[in-house]
Design a protein around this ligand. Structure first.
Ligand code: GLV
Length: 314
């Protein structure tokens, strides 16, 4: 009998065909009663394939005594209970690197769309307002200072793109890096010195509510905030209030505190651009991510080194 792969999603455009020979794949999203299917196969499940909208918590992990590996179709892994996986010695893999270009492009798209009122302009044309009105002016990017929060894989690619737009790049993160950009060890003074700020850091406890009302006040009434990291990095009610009261100027958001729920107040604002968490969502990149998930799972069961293991601090 083949071991069981518990899959929470179809692994993007590539699908799960590449694992069919080796595993009995349970496609949980197709099940009427997922809980009872898990219960029925709990002793046979050796691998989980999930994405960031699937909470892989203590209860589930503990219910699967033979689970060996969790392969997430995302770079972030804040949806997985790391303490429990670590305690059980369960391997964890993610999909870094392959999505950095794409996510950086999404960040730039949001920055441009927000600063230049692209979505508002589109609505302006579609609703016939061009005939008797003027779209408010946008904001220039060139020669403005952009603060990147988290200069990792995605943040570094954003920095290169911002340089090409002739922007001044500065950054905040836990460590100073060997890069030609000014470093801030504290986010608030950086926000004070920035015209725009883009969040690309990981989610999780360490960055929860990092952008609070003090940071938003420091960014100021003309400031633009772009978030392509995690909703948890921003105090969302504070952000809504800051946008309503002119504490900051505008925001471009790909991520939210409780996806897919977006506060009603944001939906009715002109000074925000909203996306449904599509940082890496292109055919090419999602195919590469799916391949990495498959390759990691196969590597594990072939006794080979994992391609992209999430290595945790002991
Ligand atoms: C996207 O948010 C990811 O973690 O891949």
């Amino acid at each position: 009998m083949k071991p069981v792969l518990l899959s929470f999603h179809n692994n993007g455009p590539l699908g799960l065909g590449g694992l069919e020979d080796r595993f009995n794949i349970i496609r949980l999203w197709k099940e009427q009663d997922p809980e009872s299917v898990i219960q029925q196969h709990k002793n046979d499940v050796v691998a989980i394939n999930c994405a960031l909208s699937h909470q892989i918590g203590k209860k589930l992990i503990e219910a699967l005594p033979n689970l060996e590996i969790i392969a997430t179709y995302s770079v972030g892994f804040d949806h997985i209970d790391l303490e429990t996986t670590q305690k059980r010695g369960i391997k964890l893999t993610n999909t870094p690197d392959v999505l950095c270009q794409e996510t950086a492009d999404t960040g730039m798209a949001l920055l441009l769309a927000t600063a230049r009122r692209i979505v508002e302009g589109d609505m302006f044309v579609r609703t016939g307002k061009w005939y008797n009105g003027k779209l408010p002016l946008g904001i220039t990017l060139a020669h403005k200072t952009i603060g990147i929060v988290g200069l990792g894989g995605v943040g570094s690619k954003i920095a290169k793109r911002c340089e090409a737009f002739e922007m001044e790049v500065v950054y905040y993160g836990p460590n100073k890096k060997d890069v030609p950009y000014q470093y801030y060890s504290n986010i608030t003074p950086m926000a004070q010195d920035c015209d725009m700020m883009i969040l690309t850091c990981p989610g999780g406890e360490a960055t929860a509510n990092l952008v609070d009302i003090n940071v938003l006040e420091a960014l100021g009434p003309k400031g633009i905030l772009v978030n392509i990291a995690r909703g948890s990095v921003v105090d969302q009610p504070a952000l809504v209030g800051a946008l309503q009261n002119g504490v900051i100027g505008a925001a471009g958001l790909d991520v939210f505190a409780d996806e897919p729920h977006v506060p009603e107040e944001l939906i009715s604002m002109d000074n925000v651009v909203l996306l449904p968490h599509i940082g890496s969502a292109t055919l090419e990149t999602r195919t590469k991510m799916g391949q990495l998930v498959i390759d990691n799972i196969l590597a594990h069961f072939d006794g080979k080194e994992l391609l992209t293991e999430v290595v945790r601090q002991k």
